[in-house]
Design a protein around this ligand. Structure first.
Ligand SMILES: [Zn+2]
Length: 285
């Protein structure tokens, strides 16, 4: 289910951004191609224009994906691929410029700009890798919540039901007490529902995930607070070797499952938020 919807989402985003393939119908490139064929300009000029266009397209795609606050796993794959391609393209552009300088066809100080661009592409690739790791960790957390019964049976999770009737967790107060104890804010990894939860079939509205291990001091402190205030929580324990359980503390009752129809509706809303072209919806009653 995750793959199908994630794929659907990823494909629609790539379709809109033009994907990673070089655009063959760029009018400027076509114009230059015609000039090369007519023998008016050298072929190298067309190659350079094509390389510049490819870099510009990759830049847009990388920036767009990095700016998106809530990436899905398939989108991080697109991001990593685009950021790596961009870094390679910048490296090659730098090498070409060095060759031009060495034959006296470009000014030596023109290299600065190429170096800056490569440095920036390196940083974006690092950022992309960090984002991909975070999304992977987040996906493990959501997946663990989806296997709650199984993990409870295996003693890898336990559920403190608290008072489910009035579990209005005052997360700010919890955060303040956590800060007073540890001198750092509560590491909330998911507040409420996220695109990732929706794409994996969960409604996480009103719930919080806190990235602390229940078997470490921070986790034990948080659980004692939640118990004192009768707030429901689920503790997901540290991973056993070879099994990724996404250790964390989920504050609130278990997430609700989203049915397939609701999930499709939510994913469509996300597409619309991103401005992805979608067929006009049928009028609703
Ligand atoms: Zn949760």
């Amino acid at each position: 289910m995750m793959t199908a919807t994630g794929l659907l989402f990823g494909v629609s985003l790539l379709a809109q951004t033009g994907g990673l393939a070089p655009a063959l119908s760029d009018p400027e490139i076509e114009r230059l191609r015609a000039l090369v064929e007519a023998g008016v300009i050298p072929r190298a000029q067309l190659a350079k224009a094509q390389q510049d266009a490819d870099r510009a397209r990759l830049e847009v795609l990388v920036r767009r994906l990095l700016q998106q606050p809530d990436l899905l796993p398939d989108q991080t794959t697109d991001l990593l691929r685009a950021a790596a391609e961009l870094q390679k393209a910048e490296f090659e552009a730098l090498k070409r410029q060095q060759e031009l300088i060495s034959i006296g066809a470009a000014a030596p100080n023109s290299l600065v700009d190429f170096r800056d661009r490569l440095t920036f592409a390196d940083k974006q690739l690092d950022l992309a890798k960090t984002r991909a790791r975070l999304v992977e960790e987040q996906a493990r957390i959501v997946s663990a919540e989806g296997r709650l019964d199984e993990l409870i049976d295996e003693e890898l999770a336990f559920w403190s039901e608290g008072d489910p009737a009035q579990w209005d967790a005052d997360i700010l107060e919890i955060d303040a007490m956590y800060f007073a104890e540890f001198g750092k804010p509560l590491p909330i990894s998911a507040a409420g529902s996220t695109d990732l939860h929706v794409s994996m079939g969960f409604d996480h509205t009103g719930r919080f995930d806190v990235a602390v291990r229940p078997d470490e001091l921070e986790g034990l402190f948080l659980m004692s607070l939640l118990e004192e205030w009768d707030i429901p929580y689920i503790a997901f324990l540290s991973a056993v070797p070879g099994q990724a359980t996404g250790p964390h503390i989920h504050v609130g009752p278990p997430s609700l499952r989203i049915d397939a129809e609701m999930m499709a509706k939510k994913l469509k809303e996300l597409d619309e938020l991103l401005g992805v072209q979608a067929p006009a919806p049928a009028p609703e009653q």
